[in-house]
Design a protein around this ligand. Structure first.
Ligand code: 9MJ
Length: 686
């Protein structure tokens, strides 16, 4: 190693090529040592030696600030605090994973993959542990880490570049030379178990807040506006995929992409493994399950991915999850406790949910004192009473639930759980429709509980995404009669907000800004935010695409609504009765008058040339699966029915078609063979 270049007359020194060379040398050495220590867990120098090099580099950079580069190892200590995180739009959406808990669900996944690919032989899968952390995207340009973002809602995340820079296992500069010009890597930020234990032990000593589990600690650390705080937290990262790639073709196997990431210095799980067939996946699940406690980090299952990228592309994705991957979760941790009492919570649609108040117990590192009993049918089926000793479980972030009752011979003082006749919140009558498991408060928007839940839903992330309007705040606003409905949110003043509990002028102003920002939305988000029964995100999107704007939706009938994919008679009824309710009409108009708006989709954007048409698929198609054909037709606005009637617009006839083809001919319904069908789709596309 060359000697220290800082000579006595350093102040007078110009930045010479010698200095630059030496700085380069120091950075390279420190990066190598970092990698050996943090990623390979195999240091080749002592901590003291490492510190000496880092301090030397820091001293030179302090002397010549213009030579500091963002990928210098000195830049891991944190940058100036931010006011807020900027938004980052993911060019390629960051998908989540479909979950499976049982072997049957895993086998069904494999069957779907086989069916879609039309493949008989065993599928090659890449298996990985499923880390319980936070998904992030890392962008490297010419090998230098330039931006990192959280997953957010999959489409837009938060720019947490400065925080990610502090993670020692994340290379600020990629190794080697054969990386793509632009490489977006996807991975999971997590906190190793040992670091978590140390962090909490320190916090406890200082009387500070203790984190419930490593996942919460990782999330809390990554979303710090002051990256110095993040730098003090023991975060790490594993990479498991790629997003945007420019300037180089990556290998065509997922396992080989992981190898490439590893060769560029990115940390990849050492447990990742390629297997043949779904039974080897199940064996992998069992093997990792046995190792789980010995691993240095928390995992909540394993992930199976179809290894061939070409096959992944053919499989595509549904909603927000790829069809080529599955998270096989470990069973939820179960513990025993006692039900001390039962209360009924009133949801957004008035549904009464029995909630057990429990003798507090620790489940998977979290103290649990409430568990859902779902509904009265479940209470009866599981024979649950107040005073019972029960098994409860908590899986991931899901609300804990009562699994079963422990039958004790000496159980006494058991009390029956009964559905109240009146709503516990507004005292309106409780109604239960024959044959339905769910009982509801009949108070509608008179019921403060329903109003609160409706407002929370309206403000939620996937709806109007009003940042800072949390559950507690909504409850306070309704309880203090500052708001009665969602439109009232937009008339709140700085004074009103700043005077609330736990609010200062700054957070009040932030909330007003967030409310202003939420006015610019999309029709799909707005429809979802309204909280119409049975209208989830997917249906809201279909409605928005079909109608383009609100007025035609106001005029829609139950029959016309059922032409839209996803909308059956029940949903259609809910939609019509929602818009027929004068109160809803008034609130929607108030919201629009206040300035809530969305881009109106014109006819060409709606792309629903087959709206109003009903197709039937019969026989087997060669070039696409029945599911693919159905989705394609539905995306164009058609309805796909299971049987042929005089109302059917067209029957698509594959090989070995039987009675449906015959019936179509009898009724004079138009038919198309596969070739004609493909041509028909192509013509519509062009
Ligand atoms: C985790 N959480 O460990 C994925 N993940 O792949 C792994 N998550 C993923 N893969 C596609 N190993 C979407 C998410």
């Amino acid at each position: 190693m060359p000697g220290n270049v800082l000579s006595d007359n350093k102040k007078n020194m110009k930045i010479t090529s010698n200095i630059l060379k030496h700085v380069d040398f120091l950075r390279q050495k420190i990066n190598d040592y970092n990698y050996q220590y943090y990623v390979l867990d195999d240091p080749s120098v002592s901590d003291a030696e490492y510190d000496l090099l880092l301090r030397e580099l820091q001293a030179i950079e302090a002397e010549y600030p213009s030579i500091v580069t963002p990928d210098s190892p000195t830049q891991r200590v944190g940058a100036a605090p931010l006011k807020e995180f900027a938004e980052v739009e993911h060019q390629i959406p960051m998908l989540s994973l479909e979950n499976a808990f049982t072997d049957e669900e895993v086998l069904a996944f494999d069957q779907r993959v086989h069916d879609r690919l039309g493949q008989e032989h065993e599928i090659e899968y890449s298996c990985e542990p499923k880390l319980d952390g936070l998904a992030v995207s890392l962008r490297y340009e010419n090998g230098v880490f330039v931006r990192g973002a959280t997953r957010g809602d999959g489409a837009t995340g938060e720019d947490v570049t400065e925080n990610l820079r502090t993670i020692r296992t994340l290379p600020l500069k990629l190794h080697g030379k054969d990386f793509p010009e632009v490489l977006e890597v996807r991975g999971e930020v997590y906190m190793p178990k040992a670091g978590f234990a140390k962090l909490n032990a320190n916090a406890e000593k200082k009387g500070e807040k203790i984190f419930a589990n490593p996942r919460n600690a990782a999330a809390g650390s990554l979303r710090q506006l002051d990256s110095h705080i993040t730098a003090s937290r023991p975060l790490s990262i594993f990479c498991y995929g790629v997003g945007v790639v420019v300037g180089k073709k990556l290998p065509l196997l997922h396992s080989e992409i992981l190898q490439s990431l590893k060769s560029w210095g990115l940390p990849v799980s050492a447990e990742a493994s390629v297997v043949h067939g779904i039974h080897q996946c199940l064996a992998y699940h069992a093997e990792i399950g046995k190792k789980r406690l010995k691993l240095a980090y928390d995992i909540d299952g394993v992930v199976y991915k179809v290894n061939s990228i070409k096959e992944q592309d053919r499989l595509g994705f549904v909603s927000r999850a790829p069809r080529w991957a599955l998270a096989h979760k470990f069973p939820a941790e179960q513990v025993q406790t006692v039900i001390e009492s039962v209360e009924f919570q009133v949801g957004r649609t008035g549904a009464l949910t029995p909630v057990a108040r429990l003798k507090p117990v620790s489940v998977a590192g979290v103290i649990v004192s409430n568990a859902t009993l779902h509904n009265m049918d479940e209470v009866r089926r599981k024979e649950i009473h107040i005073g019972d000793t029960v098994i409860i479980q908590r899986a991931g972030d899901v609300i804990p639930e009562v699994v079963s009752v422990v039958k004790l011979a000496n159980a006494k003082h058991l009390k029956k759980i009964t559905l109240p006749k009146d709503c516990p919140v507004c005292h309106s009558a409780v109604e239960q429709i024959e044959g339905e498991a769910i009982a509801r408060c009949s108070g509608g928007l008179f019921c403060p509980a329903q109003r609160k839940e409706g407002i929370k839903h309206f403000a939620s992330r996937r709806a109007l995404d009003i940042e800072g309007l949390g559950d507690k705040l909504v409850e306070q606003l309704v309880d203090e009669s500052l708001i009665a409905n969602v439109a009232d949110l937009y008339s709140l003043t700085l004074d009103q907000l700043a005077n609330l509990d736990r609010m200062g002028e700054k957070s009040a102003q932030n909330l007003l800004n967030a409310l202003e920002k939420s006015k610019k939305t999309t029709l799909a988000r707005f429809l979802y935010a309204l909280g119409i029964r049975e209208v989830g995100e997917a249906t809201a999107k279909n409605l928005a695409n079909h109608f383009g704007d609100l007025p035609p939706l106001f005029d829609a009938t139950e029959e016309s609504l059922q032409e839209i994919s996803d909308v059956g008679p029940v949903v259609a009824k809910h939609i019509v009765s929602f818009f027929a309710e004068p109160h809803n009409d008034k609130v929607i108009h108030q919201l629009q008058a206040i300035g809530v708006h969305w881009p109106i989709l014109d006819k060409s954007q709606q792309k629903h040339p087959l709206a109003g048409k009903t197709f039937v698929l019969t026989g087997s198609l060669e070039t696409l699966s029945r599911e693919e054909a159905k989705e394609k037709l539905e995306s164009l606005g058609a309805k796909v029915a299971g049987s042929v009637s005089a109302k059917t617009s067209c029957v698509v006839v594959g090989a070995d078609a039987g009675s449906k083809f015959k019936k179509a001919k009898e009724l004079g319904v138009e038919t198309m063979d596969e070739q004609a069908f493909l041509q028909f789709l192509q013509d519509l596309d062009s």
